[in-house]
Ligand binder design. Sequence first.
Ligand code: BES
Ligand code: ZN
Ligand code: ZN
Length: 501
Amino acid sequence: MEFSIITEPASAWSADAVVFFAFKDADEYLPGFSSWMASDADWVAGSPALGDFSGELDNSSVIYGSGSSVQRVLLVGLGEEKDFSVDKFLQAVSTALRKCRELKFRTVGVPLVAFEGIPLEDKLEHFVVAAIEGLYSFDEFKSKKDEKKGLPETIRFLTEDEPPAHLAEMLLKGQAVGQGMGYARDLVNLPPNVANPVYLADEAKKLAKQYGFKFKAMKRKEIIDKGMGAFASVFRGSNDEPRMITLEYCPKDREGQKPLVLVGKGVTFDTGGISLKPTGFIEDMKCDMGGAAAILGFFRAIGTIKPDLPVVGILPCADNMPDASATRPGEVVTSFSGKTIEILNTDAEGRLLLCDALAYSAQFEPAAIIDLATLTGGCIVAFGWDVAAVMDNSALMQNLVIESGTRVGERFWPMPLWDIYKEELKSEVADLKNIGSREGMTIHAGMFLKEFVPEDVPWAHLDIAGPAWRKKKTPAGSAGGTGFGVRTLVEIAERIDLEDM
Ligand code: BES
Ligand code: ZN
Ligand code: ZN
């Protein structure tokens, strides 16, 4: 799909359909739509289809012209204005673009005046991301491809006056972010027999080559030799080779500056290990590398956006399998930090590979650390499917995450890491055990990770177990991986002041 900005008089606009928006139960149409009808499209105003339009979110009406260069109007509902927010806009646009595909439109026109009166910033960027998101599908393993997949071919942003310069920039950013999310979704949707740790390392290497990042991937022996006993305990039962991937991005004049470090859980399949998951809980566990996928999607996006700060990605990747050589509940391992861990549940494996990655991150001298992980089912119990938890040692980081997420329609909500929870992780035989009680499990996981964060480094842990994965398709998008986190990370990279941590 191609996007362009076209400057020409409204009388010359041509498209299979042009898109306008309207709120439900509004007294008047939005100003851009009203004035276009009055000056260039009286056929719209006279159409009975206009009267049938409800303005409900996820609903739209097609109004047909006859003989006009604009053949149709797709009027898209935004719901009630009082309930409006960025995620409603994203949903409305995604749903509308899916309808354009269903109706086999090749070119879709979006007059910039259609955005007037919608109370939101940067609508062009959001539109582009939502269009790419809505039209995403994963059919790599379908013998018969959807013949409509390539549609619409072009989206033209139409304007009568010379557009401001930052609009082209917004368009590029929207595309980079949309593609980054699509890439993260692909990685999650690929089955675990394809997207194994070696595959993820190859992908990271490709990104490095394409965008000039520094790349490294440690293999099994190096991980063990380095003393990453917690990480190693996760892949002991697996035939798939593990990888500890690092990617480094650094703008030219930022060398020597302390980086933002991103750590992502890359469990390419989580069976639970010897603490095997039961039917009903195991089927979707290819999603368990959603944190690593979001970071790879982020790197793909910043390859184009080129934010002005150094960023390091650390992705411990492994699959968690039961086997004769797998880790048994009750084993004690020594982590990279030197702390010993009693593993009482091999299904709490995410914190084991993350704790070594967090401790290892010290060698990059991080200015700040953010980790992303599909870490606990308890987070879904607490917040539902659409909200991620943020746990941290820094109010600044917490605010940054929540505010950045809010701007792009990704929801984060805090959980506390108070000392009272420390009791839960005390072991009879080792420095720590890897689980606490069920009650408060998401916080216990956060408390565990906190023990391994390099001293005095501001850090935020994002538990994305719910929003990384969508069980069923919705009017706005297909099921499976969602790319959750990519947008927030891009936003954070643009806002964070590493010298002010
Ligand atoms: N990968 C799971 C968490 C998960 C659950 C992600 C559902 C996405 C959807 C994680 O490794 C896990 O199994 N966690 C356990 C922790 C428990 C053993 C303390 C859980 O959530 O039950
Ligand atoms: Zn698990
Ligand atoms: Zn897991």
